[in-house]
Every structure is written in C-alpha cells, then in structure tokens.
Design a binder for this molecule. Structure first.
Ligand SMILES: Cc1ncc(COP(=O)(O)O)c(C=O)c1O
Length: 453
C-alpha cells in the first residue's frame, strides 16, 4: 500500500541498525546495565518504542538540540512529544524554577502565581475558572468526573483512535460494524470499555448524533484536531455543528488542547472560535515541569458547586497532593508569560510551513502517494495521498515497519522524530537550517527506498 518494496525496506533497515549499533556503544552499555534494575530496561514502558534496537541515552539538551552519551548531536523534532514544545530548558523557566526551588516547592497552600496563571489561561482560552493537576491525563480524568457528576450520566464519547493520556474510558475503538471494544494493546481494562464509552469516527456528524441521542452521554472528550493517529483536521463546519448536537442532547464538550495548543496561543479553541464547557491543557504549559490545567465555564462551575461539599472535597476522586504545587506554577507562569507568546507562535508556525512545503516537494519528486498535514507548529506525513478524515482511515494507512525505518534513518543522521507516527514539532529555538536538514535527510531516505537498485 505504501509502494515500498518490503525486501528493500528490510535490507536497508538492517544496514541502518548495524550503523546505529556501531555509533552508540555507550547507550548500548547503559541499556544492558538497565536490564538489572528497570522493567524492560527503560524508566517508562514506551521508551522502548524508539527506532533502533535500544534507546539513545541523552546527556544534555538545550533549545531544539540534544547530545547523547556517545557525544552525538541531534536536532530534536520530537520535543518530548510536546512536553518540550517551548524548547529544552528555556532560560526563563530555569530562572523561575531555580528561584522557586529555594523558596518552597509544595505546601498545599495557594500562591500568587496560581492567580496569574489562571488569569492568563482565562484570557487565552476564554474559559473563566481554572484548576491544576500534575498531568494532562489527570486533568482529563477530573474533567470527565465533573461532567459525569453534574450531568448524572455514566457514559463518555471519544473519537476512534484518539489518545488523551492514560484515561481508562478512552482506550476504546470501534470495529467495522461500529461495535465498541478495547483498543489493541489496552493493558488490564477495568471493565469492558463499551460499558463506559461510545466511540464514533471524527468528522461524522450523523454518527455523533446517533451516539448522543439516547441522552445518556455526559461528555465528548476530544482534541479539536486529532493529533495522535497522525494529524486529522476537522471538516469545514464540523465543530459548529458537533457542538450544536452536543448542546441539543445535554452533552458537555471537553476540548483537550494538550497537543493542539500548537495551533496558536489559545489553541484551536481560540483559532476556530470553539466554545467548550471544559478545556484541558498540559505538557508544555510548564515547559516540561510536571503540571497541567483544566478550565470550565461559569455554568459548569455553578453546577459543580451545587453538588460538592466542603467536608468531602478531599475524598471525591479529584485530587493530587502535589497538584498546583509552587514549582509547577512558577514554571507555568514563566512559560506562559515569556515563551508561549504570539510572536513565538508566528515563528514556530512559519517553520512548520517550511517543513510541510519541503517534505511535500520531496514526496512529489519521488512520486510517492503520501501526504503532509500541518496544524500550526506541528506537521506530519502519512502514507496516503490525501489527508485522512478520521482515525480509522489514518490508522489503516499506518505502516509500523516503514515508520521505524524512516525514524532510524533520520536518527542515524542526527534528527529525532517522535516514536509514534511521523510527527515533527517546532519550538522557538528550532531554526530554518534544522528544518532543511530534516528535509534533506528525508529526501535521501526516500530516494534510497524508491531507487531501482
Ligand atoms: C491530546 C493528549 N491529551 C492528554 C495527554 C496526556 O498527557 P500526559 O501523558 O502528560 O498525562 C496526551 C499525551 O500524549 C495527549 O496527546
């Protein structure tokens, strides 16, 4: 389907694997040592998913670049899968974190930074009231709990092949007949996901309406544009109509802007005039210092206040001892005030356009039926000729072996792409020459893949 000869792919992959092993003796030694103390030899399970027989161990990172333990330098287009979208260790955040570290890290008391951040988020996204968590996963989980509580409905709705962090209800997909089941790889689901979740394809308004019209769905949890199975943009008019359907059936809309913040300072919500009931923003909000936020409308806030009592507020399933800690908030304030500014976005988006144009031109020169989709500061190539309109189609077009090869080829030449699909993200420290270096490597790679020898 991807027009690449599998035998050629396998032999090139073998060659690149040998090169990788030769170039990374110190990473290999650390990985071997890690087998004795870390489950699977990595601190976190999906660090095994990197291309190559073992992960590269990094030594230091700054801006858009990092160096590994073997002294090799890289352009980072993964940026911690958006955690470092502000660039690695930006000076403004280092200063704020250093200052706060010596003045108290966590007290479970509020501080002025929390107000500043709440006020900034209100202005960015238009939702008036905010709470903090340590991860976007937690923010999504709490937003879902609130939606369930105030609507007194049990089910949620997600789009096929979405990803919202490790939220149990969201690990569900549909089969060809539309039946909901556990997503492939779902580890230990607590209940069958059909009990908690309805799943429909993105960009299908009829399916959405059919799933909501029994009036038993508390909320839609959605990225305004899907980013975790390739980039899938909404059709023109999709969100206004989808939001109207949700309102008609009393279903709340939670916009997960954790990745789609790449669309601009107020994410897709501002750029596309969306009016979610709740909104989640994590990962890059503190430049990678753990922290996330969820906001809600006044109406949602009033409905919450009517149901939650002071005596029970610490045991209701929304919490986290370290949530809203002083260090996270200092990092968030510095990030929002000094880095995630309109001018940074303009710059990053311009670079992503350069990436998109460069890669598109190479695909066309090689006559491959592939395409590139851009969302603000993020761009991604897929192995089909026109951009997919939903998760099912995008997933069907993926090719794990080919992806791994492309990633390994780039890694061996000093460019890191995300280990999941083919995403490239720009940060304020990325340069035009970083983007062009990737394009050149990509061109060489597809030339080798498609050559007749
Ligand atoms: C859209 C979206 N929401 C939420 C999350 C969860 O973020 P975290 O893993 O930091 O909890 C992710 C993670 O990739 C994500 O892509």
């Amino acid at each position: 389907m991807t027009c690449i000869d599998p035998n050629k792919l396998a032999s090139l992959h073998q060659r690149e694997t040998q090169r990788f092993i030769r170039d990374h003796p110190k990473s290999a030694a650390l990985y071997s040592r890690a087998q004795d103390s870390l489950l699977g030899g990595v601190p976190m399970n999906w660090m095994k998913k990197w291309a190559g027989p073992f992960p590269v161990f990094f030594q230091s990172a700054k801006g858009a670049h990092f160096t590994d333990v073997d002294g090799r330098e890289y352009i980072d287009l993964c940026l911690g899968d958006t955690g470092a979208m502000t660039g690695h260790s930006p000076d403004a955040v280092i200063e704020a974190v250093a200052r706060q570290s010596s003045n108290g890290i966590t007290l479970m008391l509020p501080m002025e930074d929390a107000l500043w951040v709440g006020e900034n988020l209100k202005q960015r996204f238009g939702l008036p009231l905010w709470q903090f968590t340590l991860t976007a996963t937690d923010a999504n989980r709490f937003a879902i709990r609130i939606a369930r509580e105030i609507t007194q409905r049990r089910k949620i709705l997600v789009f096929n092949f979405c990803y919202h962090g490790t939220v149990d209800e969201s690990f569900a997909t549909i089969d060809r007949d539309g039946a909901v089941g556990p997503r492939r790889g779902n580890i230990g689901p607590p209940v069958h996901p059909a009990e908690t979740t309805r799943v429909v394809e993105f960009n299908n308004l009829d399916a959405l309406e059919a799933a909501l019209k029994q009036n038993d769905v508390a909320c839609i949890l959605a990225e305004p544009a899907m980013t975790n199975v390739g980039i899938i943009l909404p059709d023109d008019g999709y969100w206004p109509a989808a939001q109207e359907i949700a309102r008609r059936y009393g279903t709340l809309f939670i916009a997960d802007e954790t990745h789609t913040i790449c669309a601009g300072p107020g994410g897709c919500t501002r750029a596309w005039h969306l009016t979610p009931d709740l909104l989640v923003f994590g990962k890059t909000i503190g430049s990678g210092i753990p922290g996330a936020a969820y906001g809600c409308t006044q109406e949602v806030a009033d409905r919450i206040s009517a149901r939650i009592h002071l005596e029970d507020c610490d045991v209701g399933g929304i919490g986290g001892t370290l949530a809203g800690n002083a260090l996270s908030l200092a990092a968030m304030r510095a990030t929002l005030e000094r880095i995630l500014t309109p001018s940074s976005f303009e710059y990053m988006i311009r670079l992503a356009t350069r990436f998109t144009e460069g890669v598109t031109a190479e695909i066309s020169t090689a006559k491959l039926p592939w395409s590139v989709t851009q969302l603000g500061a993020r761009a991604e190539y897929t192995f089909i000729s026109s951009a997919p309109r939903n998760g099912g189609a995008s997933y069907a077009a993926s090719d794990f072996e080919l992806e791994r090869f492309l990633h390994l080829y780039a890694l061996n030449r000093g460019v890191l792409l995300t280990p999941f699909h083919n995403m490239a993200l720009m940060c304020p420290a990325t340069t035009e020459s970083d983007v062009d270096a990737h394009t050149k490597i990509f061109a060489a790679c597809i030339a080798e893949l498609t050559s007749s020898q």
